[in-house]
Design a protein around this ligand. Structure first.
Ligand SMILES: [Zn+2]
Length: 105
């Protein structure tokens, strides 16, 4: 059994650099893998996700993925703050002065 997953796109050789540099898997956001299509004299290449546990079939631009990650981090920080009494029920509370004192100010 081949370890290579089913390709979800066939591209021309001259598109390899663009795909390698600019795209990741649309499902797991891991790097894409490439292998030549047999019988095409390496003019056509298969594109697949390198994550063996992923069945993603598509691409996203790395630029878009990086922006999504930044938004996700921002959303996480906001959610942690808004849910702080539920997520961290044992945290020490206090006045602003008490908090600043605990922080060493
Ligand atoms: Zn994937």
């Amino acid at each position: 059994m081949s370890e290579e997953k089913d390709a979800y796109e066939i591209i021309d050789r001259n598109q390899l650099d663009e795909y390698r540099e600019n795209y990741v898997c649309s499902k797991c956001w891991k790097p894409l893998g490439f292998s030549p299509v047999i019988g095409t004299n390496s003019k056509k290449w298969k594109v697949f996700c390198t994550n063996k546990n992923c069945d993603g079939r598509g691409f996203h631009r790395k630029y878009w993925v990086n922006r999504q990650r930044e938004n996700d981090i921002s959303d996480k920080i906001e959610a942690d703050f808004n849910l702080r009494d539920i997520l961290f029920p044992d945290r020490k509370k206090g006045t602003n002065e008490e908090i600043l004192k605990r922080l060493g100010f």
